[in-house]
Design a protein around this ligand. Structure first.
Ligand code: ADP
Ligand code: MG
Length: 294
């Protein structure tokens, strides 16, 4: 018999994760009054494999409002990457639909930018040229593309590295270039699949701070995939929690932590209460699924 591991938060009285301060309640009232930019409507995805059918996603349903930061969290293999690829148009769903401004997604489009976990820069181009690439392809003049690229590099804190090549940069810096390059295409929606997953803890923390700053200054809606509970709470307005086998929505949580966010909040009551709920949903469910399968 396994004795359950006692979590430190079991010992202190936490507020409910559903309890919102007047400030937080006002934030969600304002957010929920904004237009819906993305609808994930009953999305399902079945893969055919040699062993038979794999239901990666079943009936995934949620809405994303303008300028919202929404995270999707869940254990490895629960379908997070499949979901974001369906939203990006790189992959098709086998049931349901994703709507952007009410119109079904049929393929990739300039309204959606994507940042992956692996660095996807062109190694033969300078940092600046990497960021200029998208606007140049769209027919923006060289001077204008350069001006925009330098502005985006300023936003991600890399002005001094414009003339460097990707192999001269650290992992975190490369990922900031990838974000600048995605932003330079001025997508309305930024799709990020575990973008900081390959970074060490310190670089990751600095990337999170950068992303919070970008969100505060750029009109963009972000769908962010992570399996890091702290990261999801720290960055998001809402968190969609997925369970595995089949990937399905367990709960959509409104994060009760006020903005602007800071690292001091990691130990605040609302933060810890949210984390305890996420742990309950993700780890507890996984344990039950495993014992059910045994
Ligand atoms: P996550 O990103 O949450 O780790 P994925 O979306 O990568 O999960 O995968 C979800 C499930 O779908 C897994 O069981 C995976 O093996 C399966 N899967 C993903 N892509 C394919 C594919 N192209 N063919 C068959 N199965 C796939
Ligand atoms: Mg994945």
């Amino acid at each position: 018999m396994e004795t359950p591991v006692k979590h430190p938060t079991d010992q202190i009285e936490l507020p409910s994760y559903q309890q919102q301060s007047p400030e937080v309640a006002a934030h969600f009232a304002e957010l929920n009054a904004r237009p819906v930019v993305m609808t994930v409507g009953g999305v399902g995805r079945v893969f055919e494999s040699a062993q038979g059918q794999i239901t990666a996603l079943r009936n995934i349903e949620f809405e994303v409002r303008q300028r919202e930061f929404i995270s999707v969290i869940g254990p490895s293999g629960c379908g997070k990457s499949t979901l974001i690829r369906i939203v990006s148009g790189l992959e098709q769903c086998t049931s349901g639909a994703v709507l952007i401004d009410g119109k079904p997604v049929v393929g990739p489009g300039p309204d959606r930018g994507m940042v992956f976990q692996a660095y996807t820069l062109f190694p033969w181009l300078t940092v600046k040229a990497n960021v200029m690439f998208g606007p140049s392809m769209k027919g923006v003049s060289r001077d204008e593309a350069e001006k925009q690229a330098l502005e985006w590099l300023r936003v991600v804190g890399l002005s001094q590295f414009a003339e460097h090549y990707p192999n001269q940069l650290s992992g975190g810096m490369k990922q900031r270039v990838a974000i600048a390059r995605a932003l330079a295409n001025q997508p309305r929606i930024l799709l990020m699949d575990e973008p900081f997953g390959a970074l060490d803890a310190q670089t990751r923390a600095s990337m999170q701070a950068h992303l919070l700053k970008i969100c505060a200054s750029v009109d963009i809606t972000i769908l962010f995939i992570t399996h890091d509970l702290d990261e999801a709470i720290y960055l998001s307005d809402r968190v969609v929690v997925l369970g595995a086998h089949p990937g399905r929505v367990l709960e959509v949580i409104e994060v009760p932590v006020p903005r602007p966010r800071s690292v001091d909040q990691f130990l605040s009551g609302p933060f810890l209460a949210t984390k305890a709920r996420l742990e309950e949903l993700i780890h507890h469910r996984t344990a039950t699924d495993e014992s059910a399968a045994a």
